[in-house]
Design a protein around this ligand. Structure first.
Ligand code: ZN
Length: 323
């Protein structure tokens, strides 16, 4: 009998040990900072599909880095200094090459609040020609709103770091990381009025906040401008798109759903204007057609749909009012 019981006891002991181990390591697993290498030398940390809050600690945007033979380029620095530090530490676990450039893709707080952590590396900070104006105007507001939603004390010590290299609208800046040319392009108003994209010529990877995958795009500047930008991106020689939010996808797969959503918003809104409907009437009709009607053909499966759809409608309504 004993010879039968012993292995059973061993299994039970092993199981208790495993549960204990899982329990003890859980906090570390929760705060681990995952980096995926999506192409040769292209590393991405994927943010979660949520608005910033104290549980996700503001870690909602895609940020990352590209490694050349001589140096490293960082693309966005995250929603808090803590996230910026985690990104820096992740880079240093993989390479000791200098960080020559930090690219700020646009002035939204989930993308730039970690920049101060990279100053120790003395990089060039690259932004759209309109980036600094937006950073300066909005910094205190964003700092307070980030603190109020995330409740991280490190935000109180957040410093405004401005760009010191600028890309003019519709122009491209070439940066050589060593056997690796990166093209930084400044776009006309789309998601914001200061959107930059990053194109790695070696792998034909295109990184841009003008593309949202799964998460609904939030229109902050111009729907017509954004649509034009996306149509231009469709004509580019791109292998893989890293969106500002969501997983990497092939060009068509990434862009078509966003274009479809914009085209629908534009034609609906033009129709409302033609019929002289007020904004409230338009929103009520959309609510009736898309949310209440279960058979609506306009139902789209965007994450955070109700959080942003109505502000998008409002934005498009005002943009198209006088065309
Ligand atoms: Zn943004």
């Amino acid at each position: 009998m004993l010879s039968i019981k012993t292995p059973q006891l061993n299994i039970i002991n092993d199981m208790i040990l495993l549960v204990l181990l899982a329990f003890l390591t859980y906090p570390f697993l929760t705060f681990s900072f995952q980096i995926d290498q999506i192409e040769d030398g292209v590393f991405v940390h994927f943010g979660v599909h949520e608005d910033s809050n104290h549980l996700n600690e503001g870690d909602i945007a895609n940020i990352g880095f590209i490694v050349g033979e001589k140096s490293i380029m960082v693309i966005d620095t995250g929603g808090t200094p803590v996230i910026g530090k985690k990104l820096l530490d992740s880079i240093r676990q993989r390479s000791s090459l200098p960080i020559s450039h930090v690219i700020i893709t646009h002035s939204h707080p989930d993308h730039f609040f970690g920049t101060q952590e990279f100053l120790i590396e003395n990089p060039l900070i690259v932004g759209h020609e309109k980036l600094n104006r937006s950073l300066v105007n909005n910094f205190e507001f964003y700092k307070n709103s980030q603190y109020n939603t995330i409740k991280s004390n490190t935000l109180k010590k957040a410093e405004l770091v401005q760009a010191n290299i600028f890309v003019k609208i519709n122009q491209t800046l070439e940066i050589d990381l060593g056997e690796r040319i990166i093209e930084i392009r400044a776009w006309e108003s789309g998601h914001t009025d200061n959107d930059l994209s990053v194109y790695d010529k070696k792998t034909k990877t295109f990184w841009s906040e003008n593309v949202f995958v799964s998460r609904i795009p939030s229109i902050r500047a111009s729907v017509l401008g954004w649509k034009k930008n996306l149509e231009e991106i469709l004509d580019m020689d791109i292998n893989l798109i890293v969106p500002g939010h969501g997983r990497p996808l092939k060009k068509e797969e990434a862009i078509r759903p966003v274009l479809k959503y914009f085209n629908r918003l534009i034609s609906q809104t033009r129709d409302f204007h033609k019929k002289n409907k007020s904004l409230q009437e338009s929103i009520n009709q959309i609510l009736q057609d898309e949310i209440i009607n279960p058979k609506s053909v306009n139902k789209e499966n965007w994450i955070l749909f109700t959080e942003y759809h109505y502000t998008n409608i409002t934005k498009v309504f005002t943009e198209l009012e006088w065309e």
